[in-house]
Design a binder for this molecule. Structure first.
Ligand code: EPZ
Length: 422
């Protein structure tokens, strides 16, 4: 398994380009299941999760090519309606193909996605929504089997603004005649990007002033030529890396509007932030990092995916800061690893109390999940000396060419595979 070797203590300086959004690219790729016509999706980041999604589309019967960020999806044969456990167990979001398959073939059999390091990750909100649309859902030998004699438009009130459930139900309703309304739906920018992709396929879908998603189902959808939005979580991660190393960095091809609350909190913490049409620059302002308390929340609240990198920054604050993880039940696995690097963090269930320290000390640490791994990389970039971050495969799920981009900002980081080195 690859690991990063990082010699920290340098300020990040320079400019890098932000990649397309993983969490928009995955559902947009799944929208191609709604049509037999060719689809082109641009600015798709080269990540493990994208490669798994492409394998799922191919397993279902699509012909897929991927070249320099552009994915072309064409019809090969009648789509299958079952996905293998081998792929679903590698990526929970595979469950999102249920919506398109159910809409087209009135059935879908998807292995129940297991939990993961950050939580149990149930799919009850997805299934309740499918039942509202007229489907029957049953769990047989670890598979969720969803069938419908007839699907009908409905008003669905989600018990929680689940991103995945919103996407799954949107894609399903796009082919169901009549008006389906999703209330208490997720409003993340990635949901908005999928709405745009569906509109470009001929779907009549939009979000009203209450945040309700209204879908006038069509009998058939055309192909698309869609460019994915910038990755706001990658943007936030590099902003926090620049902040923690007291650097001076410009991020290009990003969307400042999708990171508003983070930019606000970074200004409160004492950093200089300048924003342009498609760029954000950050530089150290005040001498000391001011403590700022955060609570994670659905968009436009503070993104749970930025909680771990934010915690790393607060470990260096002048004072004490609270972090409350209100979305997932177990998203602090990075905390004990940060403590091994000298941080002072007390965890009480989903609340963390951080007391600032002067700096991290180098150590060998292990990533347990995607964003926690990024938090450990940021800590290693600050620590004077050589640190190792193991299980980089977690990081490769969501950060395109991380070590290349960080070297571009002056970091001393390299990928190392102990096995191939023997
Ligand atoms: C998406 O996951 C993202 N993944 C996650 O990013 C992100 O953390 C999450 O949304 C929240 O923003 C992708 O886009 C591929 P949810 P998703 O359904 O859809 C509970 C990353 O790092 N819930 O909004 O799975 C659930 O347990 C990943 O890129 C139910 O109880 O998240 C969680 O506590 C990690 N029942 C909360 O809702 C359900 O049926 C939010 O989950 C569904 C969800």
């Amino acid at each position: 398994m690859d690991r990063f070797i990082i010699k920290g203590g340098r300020k990040l300086k320079g400019a890098i380009e932000i990649s397309g959004s993983k969490n928009a690219a995955l559902p947009v790729l799944m929208c191609t299941l709604l049509t037999d016509e060719p689809c082109i999706i641009n600015r798709v980041p080269d990540l493990r999760d994208v490669r798994i999604t492409i394998k799922i589309l191919e397993e279902l019967g699509k012909k897929v090519s991927y070249d320099k960020g552009t994915v072309t999806v064409a019809h090969k044969h009648k789509l299958a309606t079952a996905v293998s456990h081998d792929l679903v167990k590698q990526m929970r979001a595979s469950f999102w193909v249920a919506g398109p398959l159910l809409a087209r073939f009135k059935k879908a059999a998807i292995p129940l996605p297991g939990g993961c390091a950050i939580g149990v990750r149930p799919v009850d909100i997805h299934l309740k929504g499918f039942e509202k649309l007229g489907a029957k859902c049953a769990t047989e030998r670890g598979n969720v089997v969803i069938k419908a004699k007839k699907l009908s438009a409905a008003k669905i009130i989600l018990s929680f603004p689940s991103v995945g459930a919103t996407l799954n139900l949107m894609m399903c309703a796009a082919l169901i005649k009549g008006t389906t309304v999703l209330e208490n739906a997720a409003r993340e920018p990635e949901v908005d990007d999928v709405i745009k992709a569906l509109q470009s396929m001929g779907a009549s879908i939009g979000m009203d002033e209450h945040g309700h998603i209204i879908i006038e189902g069509a009998g058939k959808l055309s192909g698309m030529n869609h460019t994915v939005i910038a990755d706001r979580i990658e943007t936030g991660t590099y902003l926090l890396a620049a902040a923690a190393t007291r650097g001076d960095v410009l991020l290009k091809e990003c969307n400042p509007q999708h990171n508003e609350i983070l930019l606000e909190y970074l200004r409160e913490a004492g950093f200089n932030i300048e924003t342009g049409e498609s760029g954000i620059s950050i530089s150290a302002g005040a001498k000391k990092i001011k403590p700022v308390n955060i609570k994670t929340a659905p968009y436009p609240g503070f993104a749970t995916d930025l909680q771990a990198p934010w915690m790393t920054l607060m470990c260096l604050c002048a004072g004490a800061a609270d972090v409350s993880e209100d979305i997932f039940e177990n998203r602090f696995m990075h905390a004990p690893e940060l403590v091994r690097m000298g941080a002072d963090i007390i965890i009480d269930k989903t609340a963390a109390k951080i007391t600032g320290v002067k700096n991290f000390t180098p150590a060998a640490v292990m990533a347990s999940d995607l964003r926690g791994g990024a938090a450990l990389v940021i800590a290693a970039l600050c620590a004077r000396g050589a640190s190792e971050v193991e299980r980089v495969y977690h990081i490769d799920r969501g950060y395109e060419r991380m070590e290349e981009k960080l070297v571009g900002l002056g970091a001393n980081i390299r990928r190392f595979n102990p096995v191939s080195a023997e």
